[in-house]
Design a binder for this molecule. Structure first.
Ligand code: AMP
Length: 328
């Protein structure tokens, strides 16, 4: 079975965009691949989170991924900082990673521009740590969005370079895995663009019923259709796109007909959408709450993940040390 590894940035709660755009596919992938998911807490240090932030976000991610259906028996979830051999590989890879190429990475340049007071070495070597995470497990595939493509190219370059320097065929080049072929784009509620936490237009899986209702009822609309069967403007299409994800086909067709024959009342549409989003989120929300209270279970999941990931990474590192010339 092919090995798939995916890092999760510990940044806030999961929203519907994350769920339909990524996590839903992860849940499916765990049956088709040998999957591992890790919480990238070392990577998160580039922005200097507080210890409380780190502890809270690790617990949040674990609870939310488990609540969405990741089964830690099938697909271990581990905390990056629990798997120490990766750090050693990071050091080795850094010795053959060059300043010029690291400085040319777009995401580095962007971060350097947006946080000029904190252009730290961790930021510069983000691609070598990402490569170490994946190469330590000899993963075949890495699910990534477009923004990570360059980091994937760097990873392949580091793998090839290691093989060339030591005259071995040791690391294979991991492939980018575009699981989201159809490119599900979950829209936001503010009329344009996609749902995102920084956009302030997101509905989170942990939002309660009243919050969901408030957010949906506030969504931007227009004055209504002025012609039969007219094309929907973006603000309205967005509500229908959300409905397509969470409502039944009959409900969708009912409101679509109403739009087309110009009898639609957006208030009714929104009430239905809010109810359907809540019906979708409620069981996940309840599971999130239950997991968050069960610290023992979360610790067990993280420990189990750490043990499996460390065993695999340590085996790789034993071989890498030999290749490099360390040990007997
Ligand atoms: P982020 O936390 O914003 O980096 O998102 C993590 C992943 O969730 C992304 O790589 C996408 O696969 C997915 N995602 C986030 N927002 C959306 C959205 N509005 N529509 C579809 N997918 C999304």
């Amino acid at each position: 079975m092919e090995k798939v590894i995916s890092g999760i940035r510990p940044t806030g709660n999961l929203h519907l965009g994350n769920y339909f755009g990524a996590v839903k596919s992860f849940v499916k992938m765990q049956d088709e691949y040998d999957c591992m998911f890790f919480i990238a807490d070392w990577h998160s240090l580039t922005t200097h989170p507080t210890p409380e932030d780190i502890r809270r976000s690790v617990r949040t991610i674990l609870s939310e991924y488990l609540a969405c259906g990741i089964d830690p028996e099938k697909a271990p979830i581990y905390v990056q900082s629990d798997v120490k051999p990766v750090l050693e590989l990071y050091l080795y890879l850094n010795m053959n990673a060059y300043l010029g190429e690291l400085e040319r990475v777009t995401s580095f340049k962007e971060k350097a521009r947006t946080q000029p007071d904190n252009v730290n070495a961790g930021l510069l070597t983000y691609p070598t740590l990402m490569a170490a995470d994946v190469l330590a497990h000899k993963a075949d595939k890495v699910p990534v969005g477009k923004d990570q493509e360059q980091n994937m190219e760097m990873m392949r370059l580091f793998a090839r370079r290691f093989n060339r320097i030591y005259k071995v065929e040791y690391f294979k080049e991991p492939e980018s895995f575009h699981f989201n072929q159809k490119a599900v784009k979950v829209p936001g509620l503010n009329g344009s663009g996609k749902m995102g936490k920084s956009e302030g237009n997101a509905i989170y899986l942990c939002d309660d019923e009243a919050t969901i209702k408030k957010k949906v009822m506030r969504a931007v609309t227009d004055a209504g259709p002025t012609m039969l069967n007219q094309e929907k403007p973006e603000v309205i299409q967005n509500l229908f796109s959300l409905m397509e994800l969470v409502s039944t086909p009959d409900t969708y067709a009912y409101f679509d007909d109403q739009y087309n024959n110009m009898s639609i009342r957006y208030g009714d549409l929104k009430k239905q959408l809010a109810a359907d989003i809540n019906a979708f989120c409620a069981p996940i929300r309840e599971r999130i709450q239950a997991y968050q209270k069960d610290e023992d279970y979360l610790n067990r999941v993280a420990k189990m993940g750490a043990e499996r990931a460390t065993a695999g990474a340590e085996k790789t590192l034993q071989e890498v040390r030999q290749i490099i010339g360390f040990g007997k």
